[in-house]
Write a protein that binds this ligand. Structure first.
Ligand code: PEP
Ligand code: MN
Length: 359
């Protein structure tokens, strides 16, 4: 399924770019003209802006739709904006916006997504056929909620649906504004292999200097495209100024990206994959063996009226394994994640034993 009309020949990779927010006619046209010169064919700009706290710039609203229409008329670019309710959706469609996206705060709310879906369902078939709807991941790392939001849009009779991965909210200060948790979009791709997935390095990174490296990472992981915030004067942007790049910088970033899409299957790749398959078999057998020992321990704990979880033992084991892992070149985060999953399953099985429900 093509995401956009056939006559659009996007850059390789597919790139959507434009300012976080539509601020003025001048800002919109200046940015759009410069983006067009770099080859970008799809222009994004937020007309309505969901802000974390009141009092910030909440977007110009309805009057900014006219500026998007001007961009389209003058440059011939496709236009995209965020919608969060019935009024936004109806007005954006009526003013000829080609692509609607559902933001991360909205896709976390099934009532709001359903309201948008109901508005779309009431559009004439022709309109629904030509409209593209992109659904950002919800702010919380919940894959089912993300899939559910896309399912609501699909049931409204929209066929051109894509996902945008923009990272997930988290508490505290991190390298990334919204840590990517790549496992989630990778799992989405496994579950829905035909769904186009676009990466939003601007909102993941939150900083200009991370846009390039994150874009390359996304391409290397097989994402179908990028949505990048670009502003003609980022330092004066009314929202998200730290992560917006000028169209000229965007051009440099896009030129530096390497698209690795060769699918050559040589014999040596086959040999390596066989080796991986065998190692995975061994890993599974080892895990099963480890679970059997954990169950023996569970039975011992039951006979001796011992509690299943002994925090001291768990902490010792974790510390030792993390150090062993580091010597083997495995990162602390990875070892902790794997061991936590194994430990959780052992505890679950031991609890079944102590409660007498174990098979
Ligand atoms: C945006 O794209 O400007 C935006 C508000 O993004 P998100 O919904 O990902 O926070
Ligand atoms: Mn933004």
């Amino acid at each position: 399924m093509k995401l956009f009309s056939e006559d659009i020949v996007p850059l390789r990779p597919l790139v959507m770019a434009g300012p976080c927010s539509a601020e003025s006619e001048k800002q919109m046209l200046e940015t759009a003209r410069a983006l067009k010169r770099t080859g970008v064919r799809i222009f994004r700009a937020g007309v309505w802006k969901p802000r974390t706290k009141p009092g910030g710039f909440e977007g110009i609203g309805t009057p900014a739709l006219e500026w998007l229409a001007k961009v389209k008329e003058e440059t011939g670019m496709l236009t995209a904006t965020e919608v969060a309710n019935k009024q936004h959706t109806q007005e954006a469609v009526d003013s000829g916006v080609d692509i609607l996206w559902i933001g991360a705060r909205t896709s976390a709310n099934p009532f709001a997504v359903q309201e948008i879906a109901d508005t779309l369902a009431a559009l004439p078939q022709e309109k629904r056929d030509s409209l593209t709807v992109l659904v950002k991941n919800p702010v919380n790392p919940d894959l089912e909620l993300w899939i559910g939001a896309m399912e609501r849009i699909r049931r409204a009779g929209i066929e051109r649906i894509g996902a945008i991965h923009r990272g997930f909210s988290s508490y505290g200060v991190h390298l990334y504004r919204n840590p990517p948790k790549w496992r989630i979009p990778i799992e989405l791709h496994r579950r829905m292999p035909d769904l186009p997935i676009i990466c939003d390095p601007s909102h993941i990174g939150g900083k200009r200097e991370l846009v390039g490296p994150l874009s390359q990472q996304a391409l290397d992981m097989g994402f179908d495209g990028l949505i990048i915030e670009s502003h003609c004067d980022p330092d004066c942007a009314l929202s998200d100024k730290n992560q917006q790049v000028t169209p000229e910088v965007l051009g440099v970033i896009l030129d530096s990206l390497t698209v690795r899409d060769s699918n050559t299957q040589t014999e040596s790749l086959g040999v390596l994959r066989n080796r991986i398959d065998r190692l995975d078999d061994e890993l599974l057998e080892l895990l099963a063996k480890r679970m059997r020992v954990a169950c023996d321990i569970g039975r011992y704990k039951k006979e001796h009226a011992m509690p299943v979880v002994q925090t001291g033992r768990y902490n010792d084991l974790m510390q030792r394994r993390v150090a062993d892992g580091a010597r083997l070149g495995l990162s602390e985060e990875f070892v902790q994640m794997v061991l936590a999953a194994i430990h959780e399953e052992s505890v679950r099985q031991q609890l079944e034993i102590t409660s007498g429900n174990h098979r």
